[in-house]
Design a protein around this ligand. Structure first.
Ligand code: ZN
Length: 91
């Protein structure tokens, strides 16, 4: 059985994937983009530039896969619409 070494899914990047199918440096960039509201993990995922979080500790059954999707959907709302600015109009 050959060792399962997952490569970063970003084209041209051959480093070892550590998180979401990305290597550490790609993940850091992606995370910053998501954090700054430039994109979302859901968008990156549909563009093939990230995978869902994995819950390997809990197995790989259908429930875990569904659960991972649920987590992605709830923890990372899409950034389609800009967040409304805080209403600082204090009465
Ligand atoms: Zn990479």
């Amino acid at each position: 059985m050959s060792a399962v070494r997952q490569e970063c899914i970003v084209p041209g990047c051959n480093r070892t994937a550590v998180t979401r199918g990305l290597c550490h440096s790609c993940y850091m960039v992606a995370r910053r983009l998501v954090k700054n509201g430039v994109t979302s993990w859901i968008t990156l995922k549909s563009a093939g530039l990230a995978t869902g979080r994995q819950y390997r500790a809990f197995g790989t059954g259908p429930f875990v896969i569904a659960f991972a999707k649920l987590q992605d959907a709830s923890a990372e709302p899409s950034n389609e619409e800009p967040a409304e600015p805080e209403n600082t109009d204090a009465s």
